[in-house]
Design a protein around this ligand. Structure first.
Ligand code: SF4
Length: 337
């Protein structure tokens, strides 16, 4: 999505979903209980029409369920309702999210006919054992097949992956990221696992059958994955679940739920760069340089990164100064022995 596009979301909770993934209670995650109808589409458009567009293109997004697994008549009713606003020039296009095993050539032909431009696939993992334990009901091959069909048909492809699912020690997430990169999506969303109440995962956690994917573990794994996507030039359009009142109010019972997860990950990546830089450096104190906009990222929340560097390298002091360098670089400005 460019800066000149605005999204009009319509949630289709659990509509079309053929199974129950262990981590999912889509009605709670989306924060919307009722299934989407033609009226939902029209109301969303009316609400958006009342707001200034500032020249941005408007895109309707069907999120939350498995859109292409909905009975065809219901899919077409929703798509037809949205398409009317494409034809009138109000909307520029439609995007939607779905399951990988609910994609084939006939499905894509239908989506194309109604003006869908972007298809998001919940891949979650490309490790078959992890997919099985998450009760996803599809394989890694289904994801790869869907991704190829979507790209071949000319849609923009967004892939969603999760970290910290049962059976994923972190290695599987890193392998999944590499396999996703090989599929050349136009963007990715990374969702570290959150333990949501009223899910099978919550019960597994309560029975000590699932070790919590803590914020700390998620930050560590994502600090490995994010640079892989960045090096491949694949935009990360979301990291971590969008905070909602329900999740913050207690539905997120455990796991990697943090409103600033993305910032924590960026800060960890900077810490790793600083650690690499200081390896083998003998000093009593150091001054590190970083792009002016990233000073607080390197310092870390509550000066956490500074504390780690001081302890790890037995330093008496670590200072961070703005420097005229590329974003993401960390340099050593001064060393006192
Ligand atoms: S397929 Fe999607 S909507 Fe259905 S249970 Fe799994 S995550 Fe939830």
């Amino acid at each position: 999505m460019s800066a000149r596009e605005s999204i009009i979301p319509v949630f289709v909770p659990h509509l079309g979903c053929p199974n129950d993934c262990v981590f999912c209670n889509q009605r709670r995650i989306s924060g919307h209980q009722a299934p989407a109808t033609v009226e939902t589409v029209e109301n969303a458009i009316e609400t958006a029409a009342a707001l200034p567009s500032n020249g941005a293109k408007r895109q309707m997004a069907f999120y939350g369920g498995s859109f292409t697994a909905i009975p065809v008549a219901e899919q077409e009713a929703l798509l037809r309702a949205a398409k009317r606003y494409i034809d009138s020039g109000f909307l520029s296009s439609i995007r939607l999210s779905t399951r990988p095993d609910a994609i084939d050539e006939a499905v894509l032909e239908r989506l194309s006919r109604y003006g869908v431009e972007t298809v998001e696939i919940g891949a979650q993992s490309l490790d078959d054992e992890v997919l099985l334990r998450a009760n996803r009901g599809h394989t890694a091959a289904d994801v790869e097949n869907a991704a190829r069909l979507i790209k071949a048909a000319g849609f923009r492809l967004i892939l969603q992956m999760m970290t910290g699912l049962p059976g994923d020690s972190g290695r599987q997430s890193i392998e999944t990221a590499k396999k996703i990169i090989a599929l050349k999506p136009d963007g990715v969303r990374i969702y570290p696992t959150v333990i949501v109440r009223d899910t099978a995962l919550y019960d597994m956690w309560q029975m000590n059958e699932y070790p919590e994917h803590t914020v700390e573990k998620a930050v560590e794994v994502c600090a490995e994955i994010v640079p892989l996507f960045e090096e491949a030039g694949i935009p990360i359009i979301r990291l971590g679940l969008n905070p909602t009142d329900d999740l913050s109010g207690g539905d997120a019972a455990g796991g990697a739920y943090h409103p600033a997860l993305g910032e924590l990950v960026k800060s960890r990546i900077m810490l790793k760069k600083a650690e690499k830089l200081l390896e083998g450096v003998e000093a009593r104190s150091v001054v590190l340089g970083v792009h002016p906009s990233l000073v607080s990222q390197l310092v870390g929340q509550h000066r956490g990164n500074i504390a780690v560097l001081m302890a790890k390298f037995a330093l008496e002091d670590v200072k961070v100064r703005p420097a005229d360098i590329e974003k993401g670089e960390v340099v050593l400005i001064d060393v006192a022995k």
